[in-house]
Ligand binder design. Sequence first.
Ligand SMILES: O=P(O)(O)O[C@H]1O[C@H](CO)[C@@H](O)[C@H]1O
Ligand SMILES: O=c1cc[nH]c(=O)[nH]1
Length: 240
Amino acid sequence: MTPHNRAKINEIAKKVLLPGDPNRARFVAENFFENPKLVTDVRGILGYTGKYKGIEVSVMASGMGGPSCGIYSYELFTHYDVDTIIRIGTSGGLQEELEVGELVLAMSASTDSAWAHQYNLSGTLSPCPNAKLFTLALKKAEELELKHSAGMVFSSDYFSSYNALGADEWKSWARVGALVQDMETYALYSTAMYLKKRALSILTMTDNCVNGKSFKDEERMEGNRNMIKLALETIVEDAK
Ligand SMILES: O=P(O)(O)O[C@H]1O[C@H](CO)[C@@H](O)[C@H]1O
Ligand SMILES: O=c1cc[nH]c(=O)[nH]1
């Protein structure tokens, strides 16, 4: 147990899916897992463990933002000895060609956050995913014919659709090639790299900042099925 997680050590699998939203964690458990068991609900952050195609997997919410994701992923990696975390998040599109529902595999993460200051580096940290997980996910996305892109993700402390920096804040990041904006990938990748663990972030593009196209409210949960399937199939491939 930790201050933020009531699961016993052996109640969390070594492979964890990490959405921001607790309801998405429940959706994964109820729709994709065999025999899901609720193992934590501290602060309403739901965590479940079950099986997918015979492999033990957990799904747990991270909450929103780098600091929240940083706490949960740090505890999973260190206290629960988790070896692999795959974030399954939503994101704001920064390139016009990205379609609503398209998947983005985060090849690297940039940020406006002070997250990496804790490492006391003399330069800029550019964290990336685990190469094997990234390669397996890319191959699987092609095999399953899921619409997807791979590239740099901008992880911000601010929500892409509105913040005090103004409606154009995302444009400079779009100009240097960021595909989408989320809030957690940078903290997750940094934490995994610092702890010598494995992470990957797969994002569904839900709201395109360029053309304003987005999921309808009733599509916001079901629209994540491809991302969830890809994350779970990547775990299956990784176990072979
Ligand atoms: O859907 P999740 O995984 O929460 O991810 C995105 O959605 C939230 C903002 O609406 C932020 O957490 C952002 O990163
Ligand atoms: O950062 C985010 C995440 C989801 N949707 C957005 O519009 N922005």
